[in-house]
Ligand binder design. Structure first.
Ligand SMILES: *Cc1c(COP(=O)(O)O)cnc(C)c1O
Length: 366
């Protein structure tokens, strides 16, 4: 890495990128991969077939640029989300990471700021630096919760151009109450802050958890981002999307690359949406394993956070790095998110979860 940094420094790189490290969750070839919150169920055979058919149907026309407005896909996404949304309120890109990048390009940039509340998604500061937006680190309580009063006060103090709320939050797993979103939106009135709610894990939320989509009417500065990477089991297809007021979508048209969503991506996503019942059939099974992990880790004397996502954040380890290594040695990859005493684990299939829990219990017994 130091060699790499030195080589980089020999280039006329932007000053604000010097010394920075790229996103780097390890991609290791181990049997049980529970480190990046993928859906560990494979794509079902009928959905594979439908995707292949859909891609075959567009292959002959790949000499032409795709539909720049991906109208059919936006209609299908609006129909999936419901809440009275229409296609003119939907937007998509290659992963919700690209959606977030476009939002930062349009509403952030040099001289502007984005406020978020660590520990949260590690890509926010990287997207900020890539777009030349100053990243402001907000504060949470010691238990990682965020109250409406505290969040609103921090927004009033910093007057940021953009606020990103991650709900359910990665890496801690817990969803925010809509009162936090409402308070942040109101506090951002004076600074006209764009408020982004990243709901990448919304489909895994506990019963009774509300989505910020319900708050969109009458809030033109509110944006809700979603992805097909998690519940839809489609991380490899790269399709993220958002819902917002039509004028927000107009702003994104100013910064997106022309034809940014390939015809292959559009066809794949449409086929997946048509077969979503089959594709998302395992969401309930994953939630059951998630709840099982929380119960079992509690029994082992650890302190798992309440989870509305497909992963569990757990504190209480004396030496999390040793546990991380010990699990890897027996073929189980989890995530060390760099928070003292803690690890994060994705809920996989029942067999994967059993393997993780069994091996963890063995490690802790030693
Ligand atoms: C996984 C994840 C995403 C999804 O990113 P994609 O680019 O859509 O794959 C977005 N936000 C958070 C918080 C995530 O954990």
């Amino acid at each position: 890495m130091d060699d790499q940094l030195e080589r980089l420094n020999s280039l006329p790189l932007r000053d604000d990128l010097r010394g920075q490290h790229p996103y780097g969750a390890p991609q290791l070839d181990v049997p049980i991969q529970l480190n990046v919150n993928e859906n560990t169920y494979g794509v079902p055979a009928d959905v594979q077939e439908a995707i292949v058919e859909a891609v075959r149907a567009v292959a002959g026309g790949l000499n032409r640029y795709p539909d720049r407005e991906f109208t059919e896909l936006r209609e299908a996404l609006a129909e999936y989300l419901g809440h009275g949304l229409s296609a003119e309120q939907l937007w998509a890109a290659n992963g919700s990471n690209e959606v977030l990048q476009q939002l930062l390009q349009a509403f952030g940039g040099p001289g502007r700021t984005v406020l978020s509340f660590p520990p949260t998604y590690s890509m926010y500061p990287l997207l900020a630096s890539g777009t030349g937006t100053a990243y402001l680190r907000g504060e949470r309580s010691a238990d990682f919760s965020l109250s409406p009063e505290s969040a609103a006060a921090q927004v009033r103090e910093h007057a940021p151009n953009i606020v990103i709320l991650c709900s359910p939050n990665n890496p801690t797993g817990t969803a925010l109450g809509l009162d936090v979103v409402e308070a942040v939106y109101e506090a951002g009135e004076a600074s006209q802050s764009i408020v982004i709610v990243d709901e990448a894990y919304a489909e895994f939320a506990q019963a009774g958890t509300s989505t910020a989509l319900t708050l969109l009417p009458g809030r033109p500065r509110l944006v809700v981002t979603r992805t097909m990477s998690k519940a839809f089991a489609l991380a490899g297809a790269r399709l993220g999307y958002l819902a917002a007021a039509p004028e927000v979508i107009d702003a994104l048209r100013l910064v997106r690359l022309p034809y940014h969503l390939s015809a292959v991506t559009q066809a794949t996503a449409l086929a997946a949406l048509r077969h979503r019942d089959s594709l998302m059939a395992e969401v309930e099974a994953i939630k059951a394993q998630r709840d099982r992990i929380v119960r079992e880790l509690t029994r082992l004397g650890l302190a798992p956070a309440a989870s509305d996502s497909n992963f569990v954040f757990v504190t209480g380890f004396e030496d999390p790095q040793a546990v991380w290594r010990g699990l890897l040695e027996v073929g189980v990859l989890v995530r060390d998110v760099g928070i003292p005493g803690s690890l994060r684990v994705t809920a996989g299939t029942e067999a994967e979860t059993t393997a993780f829990l069994t091996r963890l219990e063995e490690l802790l017994a030693h």
